[in-house]
Design a protein around this ligand. Structure first.
Ligand code: CDP
Length: 218
């Protein structure tokens, strides 16, 4: 990545429900940069694997799906192989298996290449995920690691998913975080140079002001 492109990259990482999407979208609007949700890419690979009934643990088959997959993320819509999959990628079955495909080194390699290309083509962007500051764009100008208490993260998911089974949601988040932190390839970590912000008690505006203030964005 060239120095000038790195100057225009905002990398946002953190566990599920930490506020990444909300903050990333708000920053992209404010700074007039495009926004990429890399979690949606891993979710799309999981969705197509389920649709094509491949063995979800079979890295070769899942990689073939990832390589063939046509993925487009524009204006908040996630288009997978020509179909609007914005809703489907958030389904409970995808959420249950996404960390399995995301732990596969060859699948990650394919996704990371696409993410770098996406940013190069736009000369920057706001990118959110788990390994953005550590692996994908280690030289990004702005690196943020968002956190929030377990309770708050579960509450946010319950609101989004309109479910009432709170203990199931908390359990699913915990399991996914454990898998994402514990995998050997690109685990979820706070990368070097990233500022950590706990969003449990912070509003969106307050959070983005803090980020822009610290990094003196111009
Ligand atoms: O929205 P939420 O935080 O629940 O998850 P997501 O950002 O949609 O990501 C779904 C899953 O994709 C994560 O639990 C990770 O297993 C994986 N992921 C990843 O491994 N690396 C990324 N850069 C982004 C997501």
């Amino acid at each position: 990545m060239s120095d000038s492109t790195n100057e225009k990259i905002i990398a946002i990482d953190g566990p599920a429900g930490s506020g990444k999407s909300t903050i990333a979208k708000a920053l992209s609007k404010r700074l007039n940069l495009e926004y990429l949700d890399t979690g949606a890419m891993y979710r799309a690979v999981a969705l197509v694997s389920i649709q094509q009934k491949v063995e979800i643990e079979d890295e070769k088959q899942v990689l073939a799906i990832a390589k063939e997959m046509n993925f487009n993320f524009e204006n908040g819509l996630c288009v997978v192989n020509g179909f609007d999959a914005t809703k489907e990628i958030r389904g409970s079955e995808v959420t249950r298996v996404v960390s399995v495909v995301a732990a596969m080194p060859t699948v990650r390699q394919e996704m990371v290449e696409r993410q770098r290309l996406w940013v190069e083509e736009r000369n920057g962007g706001v990118v959110e995920g788990r390994d953005i500051g550590s692996v994908v764009f280690p030289k990004a100008k702005v690196k943020v690691y968002l956190t929030a208490s377990e309770e708050v993260r579960a509450e946010r998911r319950i609101e989004q998913e309109e479910t009432i089974d709170a203990s199931k949601v908390a359990d699913s988040i915990r399991k996914r975080d454990e898998a994402d932190r514990g995998r050997s390839t690109s685990p979820l970590v706070r990368s070097e140079g990233a500022i950590e912000i706990d969003t449990s008690l912070m509003g969106v505006e307050e959070t983005i002001e803090e980020i822009l203030g610290i990094f003196k964005w111009n």
